[in-house]
Design a protein around this ligand. Sequence first.
Ligand code: Z5A
Length: 217
Amino acid sequence: MQHRGRFITLEGGEGVGKSTNLVMVADYLEARGLEVVRTREPGGTPRAEAIRGLLLDPASEEPLDDDAELLLVFAARAQHLARVVRPALERGAWVVCDRFTDATFAYQGGGRGLDKTRISELEAFVQRGLSPDLTLLLDMPMAASQQRLEGRLDRDQSQRDRFEQERGDFFEAVRDAYLERAEAAPHRLHIINADQPLEAVQNDLRAVLERRLEEWA
Ligand code: Z5A
């Protein structure tokens, strides 16, 4: 697809610093005079946020089927692409998004063990060739990111969202799937060591952005 803006995504497991660093990335681009749309998945529009609610709702009286989860993720994505991402890119804005389809390969593919070919088929159907220009994968060992989230995860098990309720091996599989994605597409996906002080993480992010901006100039 032809577009003038650029599409940048932040990825990684729970608590690795995606939301924190999205602000830095967007501020960095805005400081260069670019229009930036900050958004997230699942979500980014009122209807897609409603789907996010369904995905995260821990209500245990009706467990969510894995295939239904996958389709909901892509339903939210279709709405987000139609209402926010494509219009922004088409008018020349840059889009910085907290999670996108790499998360589907990691969580539904790696974590749930769903067929990755099926995920690729849905990706092609929903995205019609649109994919991120750059993905910043914040990577760190699960134990360290869990520590950062300690306060949040201290809550009673029943207060956690559906993903927070998963066990350690689920998150290990998510991390492995992310790293596999990075290995398969090293030009698009940059691994950033997230297990460092924030200033060091942000220096690494700025270095990648600087190189990319030069390349795209
Ligand atoms: N999901 C899916 O299954 N399939 C899909 O296709 C998509 C999503 C798109 C919601 O995502 C769930 O949706 C997600 C997967 C699923 N569930 N999980 N897990 P989410 O992005 O909203 O969920 P999250 O990963 O749990 O977000 P988060 O907890 O907000 O994490 P974060 O954004 O990566 O971290 P943060 O909020 O920026 O930082 C966490 C804390 O660490 C915070 O106190 C910071 O101040 C601190 N921090 C950040 N960086 C540092 C450094 N460098 N040092 C020390 N402390 C730091």
